[in-house]
Design a protein around this ligand. Structure first.
Ligand code: PLP
Length: 325
């Protein structure tokens, strides 16, 4: 992971050394942040951000759900993201917009703490490895469950909620697996620590519904579209754990994991034990569109080099708007 020179911090590009957070920041103590994970891909026309409006929209939704008043509009965030990718001269990168509660209170009602915004970019290859994308990964069903819908807000990408994902990831690694799949509070399949999951059997594709506590993944939505484009029957439906063992194919979707086949679950081989034909077709479309090799027929790419108006100058948010930390 190569760190970028410039970080967008509260309205301006600063060096990584200047982007400091005080130890009194509320988010550091209580996970009071929301974030996004976005990729920009190298294309013949320069770097292109995949599904940027969808990611910015989810960020705005997460802020609304968590009652964080963002001092920037969706258009501002869009321009700030593009500005940061361009400033760091990335050909391709991972983009991490982060909205967090800074200093201002130690209270569990966070609303007296400041709201601050950072956009960090870095160059990043395949999250689960190039081999994983081609050969597939070995995963386990986690003993950790996704939070019930009334325990957390699974549709929001809230920092504190990622403690569960960390438990899932650590457990999987400790048992020699690449990833874990969590069940939901009722025991139906939910999702990986940072990926949505799809199951294929007899040519029909299923993925758990949002009511299974899954993050509404941007790549999940893109994969659903690509599957429908391919004329395959696709359903969002509750799935029992054993569906994973009976499947012809299982694959993950996610900004980090992209389209990654699963070759075994709980040491049971999935299908033929390598990437199956449906996963291969979705991957071919996904990687073809993001690389600019196939037409961007759904308008998923935002080119970084295109002419755009500069973001309006805004004052940085005032820190410590409430009681002193
Ligand atoms: C818990 C969780 N589920 C699913 C996903 C996949 O979502 P997306 O495709 O928007 O990256 C992510 C990654 O952001 C995630 O963190």
């Amino acid at each position: 992971m190569a760190g970028a020179a410039s970080i967008w911090f509260n309205g301006a590009l600063v060096s990584a050394e200047e982007a400091h957070v005080p130890v009194t920041a509320h988010a550091l103590h209580y996970g009071s942040s929301v974030f996004e994970g976005i990729r920009a891909y190298a294309t013949p026309k320069g770097p292109a951000v995949f599904c940027l409006p969808q990611h910015v929209r989810r960020l705005m939704d997460s802020c609304r759900i968590f009652r964080m008043t963002l001092p920037y509009t969706a258009a501002d965030m869009t321009e700030a993201i593009i500005t940061t990718v361009r400033a760091n001269k990335h050909e391709s990168c991972y983009i991490r917009p982060l909205v967090f509660r800074g200093p201002g209170t130690f209270s569990l009602d966070p609303r007296k703490a400041s709201v601050e915004v950072a956009i960090i970019t870095f160059e990043w290859g395949r999250y689960l490895g190039q081999e994983a994308v081609e050969q597939g990964v070995d995963v386990m069903v986690s003993s950790w469950r996704r939070a019930a819908p009334d325990t957390a807000a699974p549709m929001a990408k809230i920092g504190g909620q990622y403690v569960t994902s960390q438990f899932i990831a650590m457990e999987a690694a400790d048992h020699g697996f690449v990833e874990g799949i969590a069940l939901d509070a009722q025991g139906f399949i939910s999702e990986g620590s940072g990926e949505n999951v799809f199951v294929v059997r007899d040519g029909a594709v299923s993925t758990p519904p949002l009511s299974a506590g899954v993050l509404p993944g941007v790549t999940r939505a893109a994969a659903l579209t690509l599957l429908r484009d391919l004329g395959l029957p696709v359903r969002e439906e509750s799935l029992l754990r054993e569906t994973l063992y009976m499947a012809d194919e299982v694959f993950f979707t996610g900004t980090a994991a992209e389209i990654t086949p699963v070759r075994s679950v709980d040491r049971i081989t999935v299908g033929a034990g390598h990437r199956g034909p449906v996963t291969a077709q979705v991957a071919e479309q996904f990687f073809g569109i993001t690389a600019g090799r196939l037409p961007d027929r759904h308008g998923w790419l935002t080119y970084v080099s295109a002419e755009r108006p500069a973001i309006a100058d805004r004052p940085a948010p005032v820190r410590g708007g409430g009681e002193r930390a």
